[in-house]
Design a protein around this ligand. Structure first.
Ligand code: DQA
Length: 145
């Protein structure tokens, strides 16, 4: 099957960005690990990072005609602000898992609300880069069912 991994704003800086909060793994490392796991299990995975809300929206719109079966999404700060990204996911009706590196519930109160959690298949937070791998494993299990 076809899996799309989407990373929101500032995640291009992973590795150097607040390493105490987000860890020292780079986005390139995360994507490479996910690629390998997906390929080993016979799936096709592509990833995309953008700092621009509209680019993420347009990528989600394209996912449907492209035949993407599952999305793994870290909306980063857009988690707490973006009704437009929420509506895009509802519009394409592709199942997705929400991922956060940090435990957003242990942080600022403005990070406690997500515009995605109630429409996600599941939510993983606080487990660092490994959270993406758990999400991928869950996505593959669901796709194989
Ligand atoms: C984040 C948490 C968000 O609150 C924050 O704005 C991010 C990253 C995470 O992965 O922990 O940019 O989504």
């Amino acid at each position: 099957a076809s899996i799309l991994v989407l990373h929101g704003p500032n995640l291009n800086l992973l590795g150097t960005r607040e390493p105490g909060v987000y860890g020292s793994t780079t986005l390139a490392d995360i994507d490479a690990q996910l690629q390998l796991i997906a390929k080993t299990n016979g799936h096709h995975l592509q990833s995309m990072q953008s700092n621009a809300e509209y680019e993420l929206i347009e990528r989600i719109h394209l996912a449907r005609p492209e035949g993407i079966n599952f999305i793994i999404f870290n909306p980063a700060a857009f988690t707490h602000t973006s009704i437009a990204l929420r509506d895009a996911l509802l519009a394409v009706d592709i199942p997705f898992i929400e991922v956060h590196l940090s435990n957003v519930h242990a942080r600022d109160s403005f990070r406690h609300h997500s515009y995605f959690s109630d429409i996600a298949r599941g939510v993983i937070c606080g487990l660092g880069a490994q959270g993406y791998q758990f999400a991928l494993q869950a996505a593959m299990d669901q796709l194989n069912q």
